[in-house]
Structure formats: C-alpha cells, structure tokens
Ligand binder design. Sequence first.
Ligand code: CA
Length: 421
Amino acid sequence: MQSGVKTVSYGSGRITGKLVGKWLAACGLVLSGAVSSAETPSDETITPEQWDGCVVRLQQEALDKGIPSDIVQGPLAGIQYVPKVIELDRRQPEFTTTFSSYITRRVDHRRVARGRKMLREHRELLNQLVKEYGIPAQYLVAFWGLETNYGSYLGKMPTLDSLATLACDQRRSRFFTAQLMEALKLLQVPGVEHPMRGSWAGAVGHTQFMPTAYLKYAIDGDGDGKKDLWGSIPDALTSAANFLNNLGWQRDLRWGREVQLPDGFDFTLLGFKQKRSLKQWRAMGLRTATGAELADLDLPASVLLPAGYRGPAFLVYHNFDVIMGWNRSVYYALSVGHLADRINGAGKLQRSPPKDLKRLSIAQVKELQTRLNAMGYDTGNPDGILGPATRTAISAFQQSREMVADGYPRSSVFEALEIEL
Ligand code: CA
C-alpha cells in the first residue's frame, strides 16, 4: 500500500513519443533513456494504445455482465493506468522471511496492547458477533490488527485504477478482470462510494476485503442501510465474522496451540496436511506448552515446526485451515492464532523462535528445490518459496542422511547438498 502515487491517464491520442518513454521509465521497467518512442516498448509493459484497447475490452465485458451503462460510461471510463501498481506487483522479495522475524514484527507488545483495548471498546458488538456467527472476539480483533493495524491504515490507492491496471497486465489478467467487474458491481451497493481506495492489489476497508468477498460477505452491521467497510467498524467486523463463518469456522474450537514434543518425536509426521486425532498425538506424548495433558478428543490436528526443531512447536486444528482460507500463508495463520491468544490474555510463546537462523535468498531456495527435485525429492516447481511440499522434501532428504528430519532448510542441508551459502 503506497500513498502519493502519480497516475498517468491514457485518453486516446493524448500521449505519444517522448511522453511514452517517460511513462515506461516511470514504470521502472526500462532503462532510463532506452526508449525513445512508442515503437519500442518493453515486453514487460503495455503501450498507451494497448491500454486504450484494454479499457474498451473492459467496458464491453462490463456491459455484457449487466453493469449499468452509467457506471461503464462514468467510473470505468475514467480509469487510469498506475505504473506503481505493476512495479509493486513485480517487486519480488530478495529473501525469504524467517518465522522469527515475521511473527515478532506482527505480534509485538503494541499490537497486543492495542488489541486488548479494542476488545474492551467494542465488547458489546463483539459479544453479539460471537452469538450470531460463532467467531470469538479475540480472533476478529486479531484479523483486524494484522490487516490494517486496527484501521490505522486502510490504503490510499484508487481501487478501480489498481484493478484495471492489473487486469490489463498479462500476469494475472483473468483474476483481476473478475475482481474489477465485482468492484464495479460494488458501486451499486449502498455504502460504497466512488472512488474506492485500498491496497495496491485492490483489497479494501478495515479487514482488507477483495471485491469478491465484499460483494458476497459484507454485512450492514450497524443497521444504517449501508455496507461500509471503510467507515463503519461494526460493518467491517460483522462482515469479517460472516466471512469466517462461511469459510467453515467451528464454534467453540481453538485455532490450535503451542505444544511440547516428546523426546524422540518422529519429525516425518510434521506438516499441516498430515492429520491425526488429538487423542493420537496425546498418546504419542505431546503436551501443551506448559506441560499439561492434551484433551482426549477425536479432533483432527497437525504438528508444525515453522522454525525447525529448536523453535516452537504448534498443534493446529480445523480453524487453522479456516484462517488459511483467508490468507494462504502458514506464518500469517500462526500470527493470527498467536495474536488472538495474546489479546485474550495469554503470554508470549513458551519457546521463542531462534533468532540466529539466517534468512535465505530466493535464489538459494530455488537452487535447493532444483537439487532436491533432481534427487527425486519432489518440491514442486522451484519457486523460491518454502511451502509445505518443500518442507516435506527437505524432511525426507534429512531422514535419508540421518539428520534431524524437521524439514527446516538449515545450513547442514545446504552442505549435504553441496550448495554454497
Ligand atoms: Ca452500515
């Protein structure tokens, strides 16, 4: 989410030659001075002519979808190309984040304290939402805290411009065209005003809903006849509760918990795709983080070790999968769960993630993946991301070398694979 972004409008015939070169350079996609005219555009970007053609295509598609012509001729006709959006879309991180740095940056003392304050301030509304949708207050507050720091920053990018820019870009055109169409439909919803603003990728409001989620799950929580996820906290939190309920949140269940693993734990059982009942884990000797016995229940659960065997271990339940339905990131889901616990009065993790783990470059992880694939340990397409498949492959490799098979890409794994770090 960036503020103060300059937008460039492309009315047909208004921009030619030199200006195009400036525009391409502004995209950060061509070398300064390398482009002198519209005849030699970078492959990475689109020309003003292509943009104009794309706007016509989007207008036609909107009309075909039954979006009223005053919206097609008004807000949609006025969309502007935002080079910054493409720049942000292309900005690949250079390094993978460690769990330690991810969670300490997001679940810190200030965010916990402010979350507790929000819990008190909105107690009545939150109690009502627990009753109606079954989502405990601390989770709703945790999502709110992680998405926009409790509404402190909702994003300032013009949503239609962002979505149109991404819709006219090749990389994820279909997805963003669909989101743009939903955003245009949103303009008919009372409480939504043009121009909408939000993140560079089109998420809006206190809980950063994409247009599809807004249309489908937004609720008028304060009963004023409008669904306003920017201006109304009751609307935003009720909508989040409705969304989570629709994702399948199970009432009266936790997200998971930090646990202690027994000595000699079989690390090949790790990963959120491997589910065993709480009963079974209990029988294997897993205990809560403070050493108490786990409940003797038949709930499916998985064990995660996001920072390897020296870091905290987590047992995660069905509602963890629901959080992953909101954002498909294990670190994000663990942060929501932990922040919710902290807001609800719990202390820090019993075992803090080791701080000495080095972050790896995306290139190093890709090389690791390629090497493992070649040896028959399937990591999927080498993408530089330490997802579940890569962790499972590392674990299998570690096992074959009689190393601790926790799936963590520590330096011993790189050494064994003869990859220089
Ligand atoms: Ca409302």
